[in-house]
Design a protein around this ligand. Sequence first.
Ligand SMILES: [Zn+2]
Length: 410
Amino acid sequence: MTPDSYLTNALLPDGRRAHVRIAEGRIAEIRPADRPLDAPVPTTDAGGDLVLPGFVDGHMHLDKTLMGLPWRPHGGSGTRMSRIENDKKVWPTLPLGPAERAGHLVDLCVRQGTTHIRSHADVDLEGGLSKVEALLAVRERFRGQVDLTIVAFPQSGVMRCPGVLDLLDNAVALGADLVGGIDPCEIDRDPKGQIDGIFGIAARRGVGLDIHLHEPGELGIHSLQQICERTEALGLAGKVTVSHGFCLGMVGERKADETMARMARCGIALATHGGQSSTPPPLLRLRAAGVNVFAGSDDVRDTWSPYGNGDMLERAMLIGWRNDFRHDEDLFAAFDMVTAAGARAHGNATYGLTVGAPADLCAVQASCVPEAISAQPPRTWVMKAGRIVARGGVRLDAPEPINTHGGRLR
Ligand SMILES: [Zn+2]
């Protein structure tokens, strides 16, 4: 059990200065900074730093990263299918396995304030469940420092690879949290088959789904409508995510608005990496329609992309830059996407600097959230469930209670 402690002199995201009482890994009280503390509770001084909720990276591919290896020039070509085939050639030649490479990336994420990751793990006929097993090992290794939600992801398709549905089912039995899907029309050319199959597993196993949808225009909208229909029919509101949803930025406003309204009614969330596509989904209109929009890094220095570093403040900046967010209220929307929206997608409605929320926090030297997104200052410290897991950019193998530091937490 984590001892009670006050984190004093914290600047909160809403601009208040406060002392934050932490008990049993959660925020127990937020007291205005000018109100005296009850002695003799131990205190640790945040030194006026901006204290933020831990970041939720809601879309990663930890199994694909090349972190931990020397720089490797990008070897893929232009199409999704060619990249899928390239992975299968490259991965067996790498000197580090997926668990080791993923470990390097998770370490970097924790040091930068991420306290929850949702990662897809490839499930296919060649690799079977090996990537899921690797991420299950990573989840154990980092338990207490970061939560890891695993999606069993049929990257190569479902219906075009007979046997993958059984593997997805086995992956959930093994410990994966969600069933994935991918472009049911473009990859499988059998939208009904894929969507019936993956929703069948989710309903039977009592888990949610996260479906990659890169399909363009009307094709993507058709798949999205099918996803809405199954979500409604099976009562899976709040448990289904569509990742990317580029089609929403490629059709007329009226069609997009109708589809977004239906997503909101069905309780389907949207995960975005910021819109590398030339036509990103309209993130603010999705939010206005009532869709929970959360963010993730997607590929981080892997066989699909040379870019990325797992920094969710940088991700918020990229989302804002790509979508022309200029006003502070829009920057706060980007901030919600990298924090509370991701928590909501995982069923944690109470999140952030609020009583009852998990004490998953990090600190930066900035005067406000928009400045933190713009400047992306280093994380002074990172806390998971009331314990310090990283300080000064270094991850601690054994998380420490905050009151072991005494004095100032820098
Ligand atoms: Zn992805």
